[in-house]
Design a protein. Structure first.
Length: 228
């Protein structure tokens, strides 16, 4: 789901969203993140993770990797990197040394991370009926909020977005943040609403964060410093 555009495809329907898997990020290393030596080189394939990691430990050196989980694991194994941070699900069935699983609050996932969607042509009602048994309503509501958040922000590469929503059957809660790509600027928000209002909540929080980013642009024009 995290790879899908927020604007609907004209001929495709989101037929079902199965129950969400683990959306958290992990550290591939022999020791936890806090125990890595100062200056250690840490790799990741995600600009979002890169910005958030820089805020957690600015004393480390970070490297953006173009490659899959296996390439990341190999770079740690042969000593090119001290550690790699990736999505827990990126590992698939690979056996890897996990030094730490990051809490959602530490590294907010990509909106939609850990969730799948089954798509089909929007006039294939037989397919939609068949896969409906796989649909998880709580996951759908949470993802709806996250996608509305992302659509309201429309980052277009100017900044990175983390967002995670959870639905307990009655209320949906959303934690979200935007960061400048260098990690120096951060805006964070949280909100709850009735589960039926998931999209409205995501859009409202996204609009709030969009206003924060607009203030960053103003600060850049005036030459003022770091914001949070």
């Amino acid at each position: 789901m995290s790879d899908l555009p927020t604007t609907p495809e004209g001929q495709l329907a989101m037929a079902a969203t199965p129950a969400r898997d683990d959306p958290r990020d992990v550290l591939l290393a022999a020791r936890p993140f806090g125990e890595l030596a100062r200056g250690a080189v840490v790799g990741t394939t995600s600009a979002r993770r890169l910005a958030m990691l820089r805020r957690l430990r600015p004393d480390l050196s970070y490297h953006l990797i173009d490659g899959d989980a296996q390439i990341c694991m190999d770079m740690v194994a042969d000593g090119q990197l001290a550690a790699v941070v990736c999505g827990r699900l990126d590992l698939g069935r690979r056996k890897a040394k996990v030094g730490q699983v990051f809490a959602i609050e530490q590294l907010l996932p990509d909106p939609g991370q850990g969730a799948l969607v089954l798509e089909c042509l929007n006039d294939r009602y037989d397919v939609i009926d068949t896969v409906r048994v796989l649909h998880d309503l709580r996951t759908w509501r949470a993802i709806t909020a996250e996608r509305a958040l992302l659509a309201a922000l429309n980052p277009e590469g100017r900044f990175v977005v983390g967002g995670y929503a959870a639905d307990d059957g009655h209320l949906v809660s959303v934690t979200a943040a935007v960061l400048s790509r260098d990690g120096r600027r951060l805006a964070r928000t949280f909100g709850t609403a009735d589960s039926t209002e998931a999209a409205d909540l995501g859009h409202r929080l996204g609009a709030d964060l969009h206003a924060a980013v607009a203030s960053w642009d103003l600060l850049a024009e005036t030459g003022t410093g770091e914001t949070t």
